[in-house]
Design a protein around this ligand. Structure first.
Ligand SMILES: C[S@@+](CC[C@H](N)C(=O)[O-])C[C@H]1O[C@@H](n2cnc3c(N)ncnc32)[C@H](O)[C@@H]1O
Length: 289
């Protein structure tokens, strides 16, 4: 099968199975290896194409139900295909994590990997929801990325996009204003600094463990990065250019990443944290206004 052009792929977030090998795939076993005991029910939030659910179903024969909540119908369809061999043990539901419905059971485990930044700045909604749904002795495993950011709140993927826009003729100093004008919140702003996030998590959970590793992204070509970007970020940054310039934009993103690869031996690296959270005894602090 040939890979569709990145701008077409971005519309449906297609190609994630390949793209996630560059970064997100490494989180899966890492996360599941921090699960205490043998779970009976696992709920994965922002379950994408069902890879974590599949890994959990294989790893834990005790798992009676692995449930995924996901917003993208394209991703649910791909996950349904992947999880078909597991029959009733796998359940997928279309849901918006900004306003999720209660689930009719108390899961032993809730996982959420590479998703929380998409819920910024109202992450407290999902955190309080997880706290309510989780079994009293349950575990919430959360991964969060923490790119360094500049004074404008740009960093990580935003930096690669900034290089791409500059190559397309935007003045470098004008890029932060362009993000603001097009209502594109920098991803490095969406991902709160680790200390801020910890304070937020402590409103709802006991932080039982924190692990950190360096997530390094390396590619073999500009095209490979263009596809990774499209599968991971979809059209999010596409608003920074008009629809007519999207093909050029995805090419420029790939080329910007490839230049970094050649100069630095990798495209990017940033710390990723794994938080093991339990309901525990938490301080009851009213949410911030
Ligand atoms: C970077 S992917 C991570 C997928 C998977 N958890 C993994 O680690 O590979 C982020 C996922 O969160 C989903 N997502 C983002 N915002 C969401 C929301 N408000 N409600 C439900 N799913 C959401 C996206 O559709 C996407 O599948």
């Amino acid at each position: 099968m040939t890979t569709p052009a990145a701008e077409i792929q971005a519309r449906t977030l297609a190609g994630y199975a390949d793209a996630s090998k560059l970064r997100q795939e490494h989180d899966r076993d890492w996360v599941l290896s921090h699960l205490p005991g043998q779970p009976a029910t696992l709920l994965d939030l922002g379950s994408g194409i069902g890879q974590l659910l599949q890994a959990a179903l294989v790893r834990f024969p005790t798992l009676r139900q692995a449930v995924g909540l996901e917003r993208s119908p394209h991703r649910i369809a791909e996950a349904a295909e992947r999880l078909r061999p597991y029959g009733d043990r796998a359940v997928l539901r279309e849901a918006d994590l900004n306003a999720p419905e209660p689930v009719p059971y108390r899961p032993n485990v809730v996982t959420m990997t590479s998703v929380l930044h998409w819920l910024y700045p109202t992450e407290e909604r999902i955190l309080s929801w997880v706290r309510e749904q989780l079994a009293p002795d349950g575990t919430f495993l959360l991964t969060t990325y923490h790119p360094a950011r500049d004074d404008h709140g740009l960093g990580g993927e935003d930096d690669i996009v900034r290089d791409a826009l500059t190559a397309l003729g935007v003045r470098r100093d004008d890029v932060p204003a362009l993000f603001a004008a097009r209502d594109v919140l920098p991803i490095a702003t969406r991902t709160r600094p680790a200390d801020d996030l910890e304070r937020l998590l402590e409103r709802y959970f006991r932080v039982a463990e924190v692990h950190e590793r360096d997530a390094v992204v390396s590619v073999d070509s500009a095209g490979q990065y263009g596809h990774f970007h499209a599968a991971t970020f979809g059209d999010y940054y596409g608003r920074l250019v008009g629809p007519a310039r999207r093909p050029e934009f995805f090419r420029a993103v790939g080329e910007a990443a490839w230049r970094r690869q050649q100069e630095r031996g990798r495209v990017s690296h940033m710390p990723v944290r794994l938080w093991r959270l339990t309901p525990g005894d938490v301080r009851t602090v009213p949410p911030e206004e």
